[in-house]
Ligand binder design. Structure first.
Ligand SMILES: [Zn+2]
Length: 339
């Protein structure tokens, strides 16, 4: 079969041509195809790969569909490749003025800001935890936020859900979230869905994003996000809290332990309603936002392979190593994922 790669902008300049053809004898994943392309055009390797890993910022399309690295190509296909800079991700003077203080961070700089601008983050639930993550990612200048949360604003949301206000009581939470996020940073594109994550929609929402943050209070939703993230090879940051305790894990699919490696099923006595101060859920959401910024821009060291535990009753923070489980039903080596 014949695969045609068409290049846009910077890739076109580097290749000195508009396209290349590859002949394939058997079906291959997109990641495998890109390796073959980088062997054919070594001058493109640094734009396509970061070491041996395909760059998360690389945009790959077939017709009007964005492809993921795990997609298998098995027929004659035209594939378009572009880097974010081709999408106009350079910063304006106004943006430089707004983000100046964070661009002073060593190892981040203007290049880090451009990476944030080129990124899409999906946040499942924008209550006490996810709302804080969404707020700080919007203020930091992430290019696009996809947020999902069902239901209307209730009085008992207001002690912790920072995107909601008293004026919004009785209105859909997602409307209030959209309004607040736009007020905080009108440059950020927000795609808002007024329903919670389920098996039915998780894959589509995760597929739209470069990274996902799961902040749901229900295990069924968290495990559905984990399955979709592993299947689509998207980094997942799972943020949870109870009382004055916070817990975060970062999943790099098939490279570090996933949520199902940590626990394969929901605990039997879990209650939907639990004790929470907004300052605690907000702390966990902020930590999740920092972890997202790091993963998207290559800053610092991620939590992958570790469980972060914070006990704010005595202000102790620790990390516990967690390993992949060989027969994990989600990321185990049988290579199938229940979705
Ligand atoms: Zn697993």
């Amino acid at each position: 079969m014949k695969i045609t790669f068409s290049y846009l902008a910077q890739l076109r300049l580097m290749a000195g041509r508009v396209s290349d053809d590859l002949e394939l004898t058997e079906p291959c994943t997109l990641a495998g195809l890109l390796q073959s392309l980088a062997n054919l055009r070594p001058e493109l390797r640094s734009l396509i790969f970061d070491g041996e890993t395909p760059r998360r910022s690389l945009l790959v399309f077939r017709d009007d569909q964005r492809l993921s690295m795990a997609d298998v190509i098995s027929t004659d296909t035209d594939i378009t490749l572009m880097t974010p800079i081709a999408g106009g991700s350079g910063l304006s003077d106004e943006e430089r003025a707004i983000y100046e203080w964070q661009m002073w961070t060593p190892g981040f700089g203007e290049a880090g800001q451009e990476k944030l601008k080129a990124s899409t983050v999906f946040i499942s639930r924008i209550g006490g935890v996810g709302g804080a993550a969404a707020q700080y990612l919007a203020m930091a200048g992430v290019g696009r936020l996809v947020v999902a949360h069902g239901g209307d604003v209730r009085p008992d949301d207001l002690n912790r859900q920072g995107l909601m206000t008293h004026a919004g009581l009785g209105r859909p939470r997602i409307e209030m979230a959209l309004m607040t996020l736009r007020a905080l940073n009108p440059r950020v594109e927000v795609i808002a869905l007024g329903e919670n994550v389920s098996e039915a929609n998780a894959q589509k929402l995760v597929g739209m994003s470069d990274l996902v943050i799961s902040a749901a209070p229900l295990f069924a939703e968290r495990l559905a996000m984990n399955r979709a993230a592993v299947r689509l090879n998207k980094p997942l940051i799972d943020c949870a809290m109870y009382d004055l305790t916070g817990q975060i894990i970062t999943v790099l699919p098939r490279r570090s332990a996933c949520l199902a490696c940590l626990y394969a099923e929901a605990p039997p006595a879990w209650q939907r309603r639990f004790p929470v101060f907004g300052a605690v859920s907000g702390t966990v959401g902020c930590l999740g936002a920092v972890e997202a910024i790091k993963l998207l821009t290559g800053l610092g060291e991620s939590l992958a392979g570790k469980l972060f535990l914070g006990d704010l009753r005595n202000m102790t923070f620790r990390q516990v190593a967690i390993n992949r489980v060989a027969d994990c039903t989600v990321c185990g080596r049988h290579d199938t994922v229940e979705c």
